[in-house]
Design a protein around this ligand. Structure first.
Ligand code: AMP
Ligand code: ZN
Ligand code: ZN
Length: 406
């Protein structure tokens, strides 16, 4: 009996090891705010070489609003923000007054209750695939079954080399502990894009730095003998456009005398009237002054934004024209002080808001150049690569992206 038990255990170990060995490897790398045309500046030899050996899309279309957290969550869940719940980097539950906020030491980014979608690492866990994350929005949830198996609390100043070395260490773990899906994140192009604008020499330096990090990553993958077995996907969450304090519309001045809460950020704003009977009058007042922005009642927002079904979205939504900023007195003062030169968050059909998509490895076609892809389709693409079932309630569609696979 004991012998039989030992034999069964032996077979189980052999089978699970060979199952793990047969699983593909996918490394999903995000370059925050890396606008689609940054690849055309002659500054990215490493990324371009990877693109030439694999798939390169003209651009990657973000979801609305074209902000960091909504988009990273859409990439990892395959859902629009109205369905995955992270409708902005900063928003309020109007029923309880609780606030979700991306900020240093923010508790809310870890609270599972805001996140309504299933991230790929949870789908993977149900399918016995080990996952890891060297940073990704939504990777630190307090419920352990909703986190990657290995994850790092976000540290903005963590050196980039250390992040890559961390990933390489994970890939050298013993087979039974080794993650097969890993995310990696770099903020460089977003930070310099905000500070100096997308056409600055500072952004060009940030692009070059991320390209050299790409070179470092591939050289390390070669060193550990995994360059031919790892599928790498480079994405960005959104692009960037030039802004200036000359192009502002002060909403507080237009709505003088009304009582309301103003949420969102400069490229898009949500207005929540204190008295619901004021919705129509506030809407009509904004409509009369809609120079350089568009105003919608939540239920009338065009379908293509996919941004009306979440209960925390305010009754009135304003979207600034590209390059314009919607402000109140406080925001305007801050804007004049920090003199930021670039921003994103605008309508997601604006090409300036589009990011990049490059993929290479055993799962991908070689030398394929294709048109714009949508970031919500990446989750079903990941499921296809791992040959597992995606959730049925997603917005992403494999039909739109599957052709990039071999
Ligand atoms: P934004 O440009 O406002 O959409 O957001 C970009 C910023 O989000 C970055 O500069 C980071 O500081 C921050 N960020 C990115 N990933 C995370 C994360 N996983 N946790 C907390 N903050 C993050
Ligand atoms: Zn971003
Ligand atoms: Zn940003």
């Amino acid at each position: 009996m004991k012998k039989l038990l030992l034999f069964s255990l032996f077979i189980f170990v052999i089978l699970s090891n060979s199952f793990a060995q047969s699983q593909p490897y996918v490394l999903l790398v995000s370059f925050d705010g890396f606008k689609w045309d940054y690849l055309n500046r002659g500054l990215t030899p490493n990324l371009n070489e990877i693109a030439n050996n694999g798939v390169r899309a003209l651009a990657l279309k973000p979801v609305f609003p074209s902000k960091t957290f909504p988009n990273h969550l859409s990439i990892i869940t395959g859902m629009y923000p109205e369905n995955h719940g992270i409708i902005a980097n900063h928003f309020e539950n109007p029923f309880t007054g609780e606030v979700y906020k991306v900020a240093k030491n923010s508790k809310s980014v870890k609270q599972s209750k805001w996140y309504l979608g299933e991230a790929f690492w949870t789908t993977a866990k149900r399918n016995n695939i080990i996952t890891a994350s060297y940073f990704w929005p939504g990777s630190e949830l307090e419920l352990d079954y909703r986190r990657p198996d290995y994850y790092k609390p976000y540290e903005h100043n963590k050196p980039y080399i250390a992040r890559i070395d961390g990933v390489i260490d994970w890939l050298q773990l013993p087979q039974a502990e080794r993650p097969h899906f890993i995310t990696l994140y770099f903020h460089e192009t977003d930070s310099y894009g905000h500070g100096y604008g997308p056409n600055s020499s500072e952004v060009n330096k940030a692009i070059s730095l991320l390209d050299s990090m790409t070179g470092y990553l591939t050289s390390k993958l070669k060193e550990i003998g995994m360059i031919d077995s790892v599928n790498i996907i480079f994405v960005s969450d959104h692009g960037m456009t030039e802004i200036s304090t000359e192009k502002t519309v002060n909403i507080e001045k237009i709505l003088n005398g009304f009582k309301y809460k103003m949420g969102g950020e400069k490229p898009f704003v949500m207005i929540d009237p204190e008295n619901k009977n004021d919705i129509e009058l506030i809407y009509q007042t904004l409509k009369k002054h809609d120079n350089h922005f568009k105003v919608y009642k939540k239920e009338d927002l065009p379908e293509y934004f996919h941004y009306s079904r979440h209960p925390f979205i305010s009754p009135i939504i304003l979207i600034a024209d590209l390059g314009w900023s919607l402000v109140n007195d406080k925001w305007l003062e801050r804007f004049k002080r920090n003199k930021s030169k670039g921003n994103h968050g605008y309508a997601n059909y604006e090409m300036d808001m589009h990011g990049i998509f490059i993929a290479s490895g055993p799962a991908f076609k070689k030398g394929l150049k294709t048109g714009t892809l949508q970031n919500i389709d990446i989750y079903p693409l990941l499921c296809k690569i791992f040959n597992i079932q995606p959730r049925s309630n997603i917005d992403g569609k494999l039909e739109r992206i599957g052709f990039i696979l071999k």
